[in-house]
Design a protein around this ligand. Structure first.
Ligand code: ADP
Length: 443
């Protein structure tokens, strides 16, 4: 991924998480504020409703509110029972004239601007008077049949001052805006951090992929160039016999075999990356399986002047994918033969350790330096490039081996062999969880 594309992707990730955070904050803010405001007005609305029923139903309680007979003192007494000091009632005649002007006293000047809006009957409303006083109101139409003749057929506007609630709401709003602002700024930092965190594995895997493709192209190019050169050379000698050019033909042939192995390995790794391999785990008697697998290699080893031995195995049963374990042994035995001298012995052994079993391939070759032991499982990694080129290696064998072991939920490690050489110890569960493949992304 180019730096530009990479930055663009990171920017997109940042924007999406930032927008996500902002939406959550705004929604949260709105919900909290609406709920808070509602809670603040609930008791006021309740008071207004109580007042309405008192007015419409309670003849005893209505008395003190008769506009012309009630004294301010009595009014206050009643109000105290509903809501202390804060409830005011305007009585309108159907033409919109305020009838209880005297009872309202000095408040009348501020309230006289209120008009009768008959469509608001039964509705709870919030109004503002004189630009500074806030009221919650409920307009009631008193039926003509009401026993209290002073209000029968009139309109009552029951009002409750909500300035304290408004003040609380506004300071709550302020605190909330500040808190949200702080968290919003924090969310910028978190979004940057998240976008970086998300990009890291993508970049790493992209880098690995680029390296892999580069290495693969390089590996493919070398044998192809050799084959091409040899063929071009042969074309310049049309009259030669095959025997005259046997060496060139043999080189071209061995390079094409090398190409075949390489493409085969690359395909295996591509499958491991895409996790598209269909595994076939089955219960297997290990001793017989190892015997059958090793047989063909003993002849090959003998033809190279080496000895391949399967040490006696006490038979046991393990669940495994036979094709894959066959491929694993192929890689390990092939390496053991490639990297050990003529006349040496390669041994294969297996044993049960608790709920696991171990497959050990040991050789008497040059051995592997401790600091190389982790890296040899990396793709295309070869300890000695020139040596492994002579032996036909491409550095992919052990990464495939690692992937197979991963698929079986096992581990693979290299140890020193005594007195010389190396031991590849594969530890696999006797009953691996076969439902899913292992984590085999790295190698
Ligand atoms: P290659 O195709 O080069 O053998 P592998 O992935 O199989 O690739 O092995 C990686 C490297 O590990 C080899 O190039 C070799 O240097 C080293 N190696 C693997 N097996 C052995 C072994 N049995 N003895 C010594 N070195 C080994």
């Amino acid at each position: 991924m180019s730096n530009k594309a990479n930055r663009a992707q990171q920017w997109r990730l940042f924007i999406s998480s930032f927008v996500g955070f902002s939406i959550i904050f705004v929604l949260l803010g709105i919900i909290v504020f609406v709920l808070f405001s509602r809670a603040m007005l609930t008791s006021t609305d309740q008071t207004l409703r109580v007042e309405r029923s008192a007015r419409l139903n309670g003849p005893k309680q209505q008395k003190p509110f008769m506009p012309n007979t009630s004294t301010p003192h009595k009014t206050q007494q009643f109000k105290a029972s509903a809501h202390p000091f804060m409830t005011t009632t305007l009585i309108f005649n159907p033409r919109g004239k305020i009838l209880n002007r005297t009872q309202l006293g000095s408040r009348y000047d501020q309230l006289k601007s209120l008009t009768l809006d008959k469509s608001a009957v039964g509705r709870l409303q919030t109004i503002r008077i004189g630009g500074k006083y806030n009221f919650r109101t409920l307009l009631v139409k008193v039926p003509k049949s009401n026993s209290d003749q002073t209000i029968a057929g009139k309109y009552l506007l029951i009002m409750e001052n909500i300035d304290p609630q408004k003040a609380a709401m506004s300071s709550f709003k302020k605190v909330m805006l500040i808190t949200m602002g702080v968290f919003w700024l924090l969310s910028i930092l978190i979004s940057v951090w998240l976008s970086r965190l998300t990009m890291r594995p993508i970049l790493r895997s992209w880098q690995r992929q680029t390296e892999f493709v580069g290495n693969a192209a390089h590996e493919l190019r070398t044998p192809l160039t050799i084959i091409q050169n040899k063929l071009e050379f042969l074309l310049t000698k049309p009259n030669d016999r095959i025997i005259d050019q046997a060496e060139n033909i043999a080189i071209a042939n061995s390079e094409s075999q090398r190409l075949q192995k390489l493409t085969h390995d690359l395909l295996a790794l591509a499958r491991s990356d895409s996790k598209s391999l269909q595994t076939n785990f089955e219960a297997t008697q290990v001793a017989g399986f190892l015997q059958r697998t090793i047989e063909p290699y003993t002849e090959i080893a003998a033809s190279q002047g080496k000895q391949l031995q399967l040490l006696p195995v006490t038979d046991f049963r393990a669940v495994l994918d036979q094709d894959l374990i066959h491929q694993l042994m192929n890689i390990l035995i092939d390496n053991a033969m490639k990297y050990s001298p003529n006349g040496s012995t390669i041994t294969v052994s297996a044993r049960v350790v608790g709920r696991k079993w171990q497959l050990i391939v040991a050789d008497q070759g040059l051995g592997i330096d401790p600091q190389e032991r982790q890296r040899i499982f990396d793709r295309f990694y070869r300890v000695d490039t020139s040596r492994s080129r002579q032996t036909g290696g491409n550095g992919l064998g052990l990464s495939i081996a690692h992937w197979i072991v991963d698929l079986h939920h096992g581990t693979i490690a290299v140890k020193d062999n005594q007195p010389r050489g190396s031991q590849f110890v594969t530890t696999l569960p006797l009953n691996p969880p076969t439902g899913m493949s292992g984590h085999h992304g790295k190698k």
